[in-house]
Design a protein around this ligand. Structure first.
Ligand code: 5AD
Ligand code: SF4
Length: 436
């Protein structure tokens, strides 16, 4: 029995790719183990969204270099695609380098490795394939990911994804719906639809559903309690998506809509294809939808040329939208990207200063917003039990964490109601209640 260890960095797409890679390896007789030491084959599924993420894999490879004689190392995912066979120079103990667009070829690549291949690569981006496999090994028994679209056709000036994941390819709606039904039959009650830009989903088969239609049909699958999706692009986030969510409570009260900056001139330099006003219109749709939709976002500070006035507009946008939570980052220069050559790079020190200000501002918004939940009763899906606090961990439709007390056992995976008694910046706490 060949043993493998896999470590995954980066986004949910990567996490789900790993589930499929694990399934593929298992179907070929490999057994998963929990440490590098116990493995024959070590895989790193990598992320290159920012320089820090990219460095992690090279640290790992360095760390385990002395074990190289007895093991095979593989670098897959975004750093693999970006750095290609340069990885063999930098880390000669690596034998396989493959990007996500080549995972359909994984069985052949494994055969090459098994036959003693030392520099096996899967690096072509010239594909119309999406990675579909019957062998997915899912990590969570209640919530499942489904990739509906791979790659990205946008060209945001800071972003590596079009280079690491290639052009957009949508799966047929037939295969997505079939996977949804199978998951419902297998007892999954929550599905998260994944793609670098799910809003530009377009069914390649003759029915040609768009994203709103796919969402509507997913929401009608019997047995499915919650459908989420990530991530969205404001340019492709059209009103029918909100209208669809408003009609069906199975479609969760949460939209992650990355804005990146509150300044239209920075948005233009970022090649985001929308203005601040156009973004705000989408926020209005959500706020006027009749559903209490939680809105979250991504912010980049210190993009080249971002002035103090631009930055101030981002802070004002946070106040205006009142996001439920944000992910915020310092701009990181990435290989191949259009912004690499821009003048007027901002110093690390200034980026750190702006990041701290954004995070502080958002923290006070979250304290205020979450406090409004005290006294409310929310439906939660139980994710697990925290022994240290003696509380169950619940997740609301809005994707907020609601920790609650309940003396019963084995609640994981169930849907219960809990009353919010306390609120902090990042979570709510309370007790379960019985609803007649
Ligand atoms: N530097 C900093 N943040 C970035 N992101 C993407 N590329 C970069 C970069 N070069 C952020 C964006 C995106 C999120 C996934 O990561 O905010 O929405
Ligand atoms: Fe990282 Fe982006 Fe690749 Fe996801 S798609 S792993 S966030 S670089």
């Amino acid at each position: 029995m060949k043993k493998f260890y896999i470590e995954t960095f980066g986004c949910q797409m990567n996490a789900h790719d790993s589930e499929k890679v694990v399934g593929t390896l298992a179907s070929r007789g490999y057994e998963q183990v929990e440490s590098v030491e116990a493995a024959d084959l070590v895989l790193y599924n990598t992320c290159s969204i920012r320089d820090k993420a990219e460095q992690k894999v090279f640290h790992r490879l360095q760390e385990f270099k002395k074990l190289a004689k007895h093991k095979t190392f593989a670098v897959i995912g975004c750093v693999a695609q970006q750095e290609g066979d340069k990885i063999f120079e930098r880390a000669p103990h690596v034998s396989l380098v493959a990007g996500s667009a080549s995972y359909t070829k994984l069985p052949e690549l494994l055969v090459q490795l098994e036959n003693g291949g030392k520099r096996v690569t899967g690096l072509s981006l010239d594909t119309t394939d999406t990675f579909e496999t019957p062998y997915t090994r899912r990590d969570n028994p209640h919530r499942a990911y489904i990739t509906i679209i791979e790659g990205c056709d946008k060209s945001c000036a800071y972003c590596v994804v079009p280079f690491t994941r290639g052009p957009e390819r949508s799966r047929t709606s037939e295969s997505v719906i079939a996977e949804g039904r199978q998951l419902a039959d297998a007892g999954y009650s929550e599905i998260q639809l994944l793609g670098q830009n799910v809003n530009s989903y377009r069914d390649p088969s003759t029915v040609q559903w768009d994203f709103a239609m796919l969402l509507r049909k997913m929401g009608e699958i019997p047995g499915m309690r919650r459908i989420r999706f990530t991530t969205s692009h404001p340019r492709d986030f059209v009103k029918p998506i909100i209208d669809t969510i408003a009609e069906n409570p199975v479609l969760c009260n949460h939209v992650h809509l990355p804005v990146q900056s509150g300044s239209s001139s920075v948005l233009s330099a970022m090649q985001r294809q929308y203005t601040r006003d156009e973004y705000m219109r989408r926020i209005e749709w959500m706020k006027n939808s009749g559903r209490d939709i939680a809105i979250t976002t991504d912010i980049i500070v210190g993009f080249p040329g971002e002035t103090e006035a631009d930055f101030e507009q981002t802070l004002q946008l946070l106040d205006e939208v009142e996001y439920d939570s944000i992910f915020s980052f310092k701009y990181s220069r990435r290989p191949n990207t259009p912004a690499l050559s821009l003048e007027d790079q901002i110093s690390e020190e200034e980026k750190s200063r702006r990041l701290a200000i954004v995070q502080e501002r958002q923290r006070s918004i979250q304290i205020r917003r979450n406090a409004e939940y005290v006294g409310r009763v929310e439906e939660v899906m139980v994710e697990g039990f925290n022994k240290a606090t003696g509380q169950w961990i619940g997740r609301t439709s809005q994707h907020k964490t609601l920790n609650f007390t309940d003396s019963r056992e084995n609640l994981t995976g169930q849907y219960l109601h809990a009353r919010v008694l306390r609120a902090g910046p990042n979570s709510l706490a309370g007790e379960s209640v019985t609803i007649q």
